[in-house]
Ligand binder design. Structure first.
Ligand code: GDP
Length: 298
């Protein structure tokens, strides 16, 4: 119910567009597909994902001798659903001793998402430590500290401007000493300075590989869904700087661009693992493709 409420804007924009096509056309022809394409692209499904989905749809319409546009609807929903597979091992970090590197440009909701994630992990009974390795943005350490306090977890920090890799080193020592189950590192997302970003992530990864080799390591990119195709561009830049294992897609509640989740998985081949649907600590959900498709179409 929370998800459905959160995705209201996306559902309205996508459903009303699709419904008018499905009821407005008397038969399936090129115009029908063209209008479908337009609505899908307007809902930020992206050109590539839209093309792939429509190709599959056309093939199935042919194979199954479908004549009525209305009968296409279920088929389209199923085809979109098939594009989105989070993968069986997507949440393995929840079961093992693990370390997450969380990256994202300022304002996307990185700190908030880390706070929400920390709270969830703690509620699962796991010992959580946060590393304040975004030492670049003013106020980032204090803000993370507030979330740590709210979630009831420990945070390891040094001063603003300190070496992020040194913070991670300290945090790994603390994680070992305190037998942490999960270490979540808040790192800076300096996309405007790609060389620094790459160097910083490399240095942090070197420390983790050396000092914390037995921990399951993942890099998660936080993207703001309201920025639509811009979010895709950001994801690509982070992918160039690091091995990205998953996406946290925030602010899905405030946007009609929720279709971006489809584009991300189809075009980047990276699973959306979590979506943010509000500002509160409980407003982060594991991405559930069935629930997502249900929420935006029904
Ligand atoms: P950061 O600069 O990336 O660390 O971003 P913050 O975590 O400070 O978040 C920026 C703003 O986005 C804050 O006002 C958050 O409350 C808000 N925010 C984060 N996630 C969500 C979300 O899923 N939905 C909504 N509506 N707001 C969010």
């Amino acid at each position: 119910a929370r998800l459905k409420e959160g995705l209201t804007k996306t559902r309205k924009s996508l459903s009303s567009g699709l419904n008018s096509i499905f009821s407005g056309f008397s038969h399936i022809d090129d115009d029908f597909y063209e209008e479908l394409e337009e609505v899908m692209i307007m809902s930020d499904l992206g050109v590539r994902a839209t093309d792939e989905i429509l190709e599959k749809l056309k093939q199935q319409v042919k194979e199954q001798h479908i004549k009525e546009p209305a009968d296409c609807r279920e088929l389209l929903i199923r085809t979109i659903r098939e594009q989105m597979d989070v993968g069986e091992n997507a949440y393995d970090f929840e079961k093992e001793r693990s370390v997450l590197l969380v990256v994202g440009v300022n304002g996307v909701g990185k700190t908030t998402s880390i706070g929400k994630l920390a709270s969830q992990q703690k509620q699962l009974g796991r010992k959580v430590i946060l590393a304040a390795a975004d030492t670049f943005r003013a106020g980032a350490i204090e803000q993370l500290g507030e979330w740590a306090h709210r979630a009831g977890v420990d945070m390891i920090a040094q001063g603003e401007g300190s070496d992020p890799a040194a913070v991670v080193y300290d945090a790994v020592s603390a994680a070992k000493a305190r037998h942490a189950d999960i270490l979540i590192c808040d790192t800076a997302g300096r996309l405007h300075n790609k060389k620094n970003l790459m160097e910083e992530l490399k240095k942090i990864n070197r420390i983790l590989d050396r000092e914390y080799a037995d921990a399951h390591k993942e890099t998660l990119v936080v993207l703001d869904a309201t920025t639509g195709q811009n979010a895709m561009a950001q994801a690509r830049e982070f992918m160039a700087a690091a091995d990205v294992d998953g996406i946290i897609l925030t602010k899905m509640d405030g946007t009609a661009k929720g279709g971006i989740a489809v584009a991300i998985q189809a075009e980047l081949g990276i699973p959306v693992k979590y979506i943010g649907i509000g500002e509160k600590i409980e407003d982060l959900q594991k991405f559930d493709a069935d629930a997502y498709v249900e929420a935006i179409f029904n």
